[in-house]
Design a protein around this ligand. Structure first.
Ligand code: OGA
Ligand code: MN
Length: 293
């Protein structure tokens, strides 16, 4: 692969590959994320993140502590919403898995919402910036994660639709999202911590200036227009925004650590593997973002 070799003096010289798909994604090989990032690699990572939205580091084997230290080099860490109900599982580094308490794979989805297109924590006034997933155990095939590029999707909208949605605000709600995904309702404390919030339906990326659609499964309804009209608009936009030409599908390799930009992507897990047979275990950290505008 022709890649940019970074001028870092080490045994493994990190190298950044070509864009993985028209919608985004890029792989960095030869990096050792268990050590503090050299300044040039951190800068190159952030540049790749801005340009390709999904950065895949190959061949890592980080402990939870190492993943936490790696993540902290990119900003402040967010805690998990479910921490009150399952404190052990949801520390600062939490586990995304189909494995039950006894270590057995199960089809019972603990995070059903992950299988619907969403952007992390859009039901918070200050939603997530960057999510990092590190593969610890994977099924032999499938268990993919998909990413849809919301800047491309916005760009491709007809001009009259861009005008129609300009200035609209969307209410994002954890409770509505759970209902829609068929998950049990949130606890009282979880609800108190996160009343519904609204965000612009067209978000401006604070670093690139790109306009992006800010929608997904946590988007409950549109403020100030009749609910049925708003619902139809939201589902039309979601259907438009998740067409194959806007999507990068990540086929996980052992040791992958993937970081993505929640400000300009929707993502979802695919249930395309034998869940009752194989374990899928990923470690997750999240960097807090800023108020969308
Ligand atoms: C997440 C998420 C998808 C997956 O961790 O935020 O949506 O493929 N995960 O596990
Ligand atoms: Mn998610």
């Amino acid at each position: 692969m022709t890649g940019t070799v970074l001028a870092t003096a080490s045994v493994h010289t990190p190298s950044i590959g070509a864009r993985l798909s028209p919608a985004g994604g890029v792989a960095i090989t030869g990096a050792d994320l268990s050590r503090p990032l050299p300044a040039d690699l951190r800068d190159a990572t952030l540049a790749a993140f801005r340009e390709h939205h999904v950065v895949v580091f190959r061949d890592q084997d980080l402990s939870k502590e190492e993943q936490l230290a790696f993540t902290l080099q990119f900003g402040e860490i967010e805690e998990h919403v479910g921490r009150h109900s399952a404190a052990g599982r949801y520390g600062l580094v939490h586990t995304v898995t189909n494995v039950d308490e006894d270590g057995r794979p199960t089809t019972k989805l603990s995070a059903v919402g992950n299988y619907h297109w969403h952007t992390d924590k859009s039901y918070h006034a200050v939603p997530s910036l960057m999510t990092l997933l590190h593969a610890k155990e994977l099924p032999p095939e499938g268990g993919d994660t998909q990413f849809a590029n919301m800047a491309m999707a916005y760009e491709a909208l007809p001009e009259d639709m861009k005008q129609q949605i300009a200035g609209l605000r969307v209410v994002h709600s954890w409770a509505a999202s759970r209902r829609r995904a068929g998950a049990p309702p949130p606890s009282d404390i979880e609800m108190r911590e996160r009343p519904p919030v609204d965000h612009p339906i067209v978000r401006t990326h604070p670093e690139t200036g790109a306009k992006t659609l800010y929608i997904g499964n946590h988007a409950s309804h549109i403020s100030g227009i009749p609910e049925t009209e708003g619902d139809a608009l939201l589902s039309d936009l979601l259907e438009h925004a998740t067409q194959p030409q806007f999507v990068y599908t990540h086929h996980w390799c052992g040791g992958d650590l993937v970081m993505w930009d929640n400000r300009c992507l929707l993502h979802r897990a695919l249930a395309n593997y034998e869940m009752a047979k194989y374990r899928r275990i990923l470690h997750r950290t999240v960097v807090t973002g800023t108020v969308p505008f």
